[in-house]
Write a protein that binds this ligand. Structure first.
Ligand SMILES: CCCCCCCCCCCCCCCC(=O)SCCNC(=O)CCNC(=O)[C@H](O)C(C)(C)COP(=O)(O)OP(=O)(O)OC[C@H]1O[C@@H](n2cnc3c(N)ncnc32)[C@H](O)[C@@H]1OP(=O)(O)O
Length: 227
């Protein structure tokens, strides 16, 4: 895997990074746009509007996209509003309140592990009425990564074994759970599950993952912009 092209990166310095009220203000705006974008995604995959309406909306969306002007984040650049690793990731496709792709999942530490709560929509559907298996894997992979961070070892997935026991319903509050089951040098073994919030004791999906904490030299190569 190639490292991000450092020569293309224009990162803000610590001095220009928004803080305090300015940071809150920016994050609220990002969250508001993310919320509306998710509503648009939901409306897009539900609509039965005729072609002329779809063309009109397409033109409107193209005009809106054109308003997002100015400097654009390049590959590998950590957004000014983020804390990497382990803090806010405003555009994470799983937890990011600014991401149109994210449910977004709310993450809370619990005594014996870490819990994620979210509701997936029709945009995340695989079989009609049920969640796409890849989405379930994405939720678990992310939360299992958080479990590693919480254990003090930020790490990357090297193996993720999924078991799909029963279909996961869309439009239903879900409870995702992950906990570290063991460590061996830089390897962290993590287990995870997805259930409904209503009956979390029934595991619809379970996963076993192996995560590896990259050594410092590898970390610098992979993430040259990490503070
Ligand atoms: C600032 C710090 C940042 C740090 C990091 C933060 C990341 C914060 C992400 C946030 C977001 C989260 C999101 C969710 C988590 C993703 O989605 S991560 C993205 C998906 N994963 C990847 O892209 C990882 C790709 N893999 C790699 O780049 C490299 O394998 C790694 C992870 C850098 C490790 O490379 P390495 O340091 O050279 O490790 P290597 O020596 O090959 O293996 C170490 C050990 O693991 C074992 N191993 C390797 N592969 C496997 C495997 N498939 N199965 C079993 N064992 C294996 C090896 O056998 C070895 O064991 P020992 O021989 O030592 O007993």
């Amino acid at each position: 895997m190639s490292a991000p092209p450092t020569e293309l990166m224009t990162t803000h310095t610590e001095a220009t990074r928004p803080r305090g009220e300015e940071l809150d203000h920016q994050r609220r705006a990002i969250t508001a746009l993310g919320h509306e974008m998710r509503a648009l995604v939901d409306a897009t995959v539900r609509t039965a509007a005729p072609a002329e309406v779809l063309h009109r909306v397409t033109d409107g969306v193209r005009r809106l996209t054109g308003q997002l002007t100015g400097r654009r984040r390049v590959r590998g650049e950590i957004p000014d509003v983020d804390e990497f690793p382990g803090g806010a990731r405003m555009y994470s496709p799983v937890t990011g309140p600014g991401s149109p792709l994210a449910p977004p999942m709310q993450v809370t530490p619990e005594d014996d592990g870490i819990v994620g709560r979210c509701t997936l929509g029709i945009a995340h559907e695989g079989p009609p009425g049920y969640v796409h298996g890849g989405m379930s894997a994405m939720l678990l992979d992310e939360l299992m990564g958080w479990a590693c961070y919480r254990a003090g070892t930020p790490a990357m997935t090297v193996s993720l074994q999924m078991r799909y026991h029963r279909p996961v319903p869309v439009e239903t509050p879900l409870r995702v759970f992950a906990h570290v089951t063991g460590t061996e040098d830089r390897k962290i073994f993590v287990a995870g599950s997805i259930g409904t919030d209503e009956d979390p004791s029934i595991a619809l999906v379970t996963a076993d993952g192996v995560f590896v904490s990259p050594d410092p030299a590898r970390t610098r190569t992979l993430f040259p912009n990490t503070p």
